[in-house]
Design a protein around this ligand. Structure first.
Ligand code: PGA
Length: 235
């Protein structure tokens, strides 16, 4: 793993954007794996300001809440539209369909999309418990797209976006760890002291499904960019 510790969230966003742009410019056919949440917001802000050419870029997102329509203001489809897709003309964009009634068929459909569009780079955040996408502690490393049950701490963390914790969906369609590990390159970003334990476990701890992000130690091309707080527990 390549580790960069930067001072501020702005620096983190700029450095991550630079990594993404290198990949976008590397070929005339590119697939990016994208993420939602507070971590990538600064990166998407730079995309909106710089407006790079993305007409050759296909995107695949990590996850979507079960039960939320694409136009629900807390769905990840809506987040991506607001932050990125409404502003830049990507070649194609993909997310799981939160309203799919046949969940097994939806997972299979998404696996087919991923098989046809292996990310050249997958952008990842990390949960305070070390989850990547919605692969919570204890999840098998062998899963492809699956319906994940959110851990209580994830429901709690995500409740900041909803009127009450009871409104937070309990399940999500999520790329599995096996899907994520297919990406040619992985870029994981984290900021704030709330992420410090997870970052330490991911980099310095054993590879265990109790700390899902630790599997990234086995991937050949991972870049991690954290701010000083998220990196504060590293030796
Ligand atoms: P965050 O979420 O970027 O909103 O902190 C990251 C995650 O839970 O994976």
């Amino acid at each position: 793993m390549k580790l960069h510790i930067v001072k501020t969230k702005d620096e983190l966003a700029q450095k991550a954007y630079d990594v993404l742009i290198d990949v976008i410019k590397s070929s005339d056919e590119v697939t990016l794996g994208l993420a939602t949440g507070s971590s990538p917001e600064g990166i998407y802000e730079i995309f909106r300001a710089e407006k790079p050419d993305v007409s050759h870029v296909t995107t695949v997102n990590l996850d979507e809440y079960v039960g939320l329509a694409a136009d629900h203001d807390q769905s990840y489809a809506y987040f991506m539209d607001q932050h990125l897709f409404n502003h830049l003309p990507f070649k194609a964009t993909h997310l799981p369909n939160g309203l799919a009634t046949d969940q097994a068929a939806e997972c299979a459909r998404y696996d087919e999309i991923l098989a046809a569009n292996t990310p050249d780079l997958q952008l990842l955040g990390i949960g305070t418990n070390g989850h990547i996408a919605f692969n919570e502690p204890g999840t098998s490393f062998e899963l492809t797209t699956n319906v994940a049950e959110l851990a209580p701490e994830t429901v709690e963390a995500n409740s900041r976006y909803f009127d009450s914790p009871a409104d937070v969906p309990t399940h999500a369609f999520s790329m599995g760890i096996k899907s994520i590990m297919q990406a040619k390159k992985i870029l994981l970003i984290a900021s704030g002291e709330g992420k410090a334990e997870a970052i330490k476990g991911m980099i310095e701890g054993p590879v265990t499904n109790e700390m899902p992000a630790s599997i990234l130690q086995n991937h050949p091309d991972v870049t991690v960019i954290v701010d000083a707080e998220a990196g504060s527990l590293l030796k």
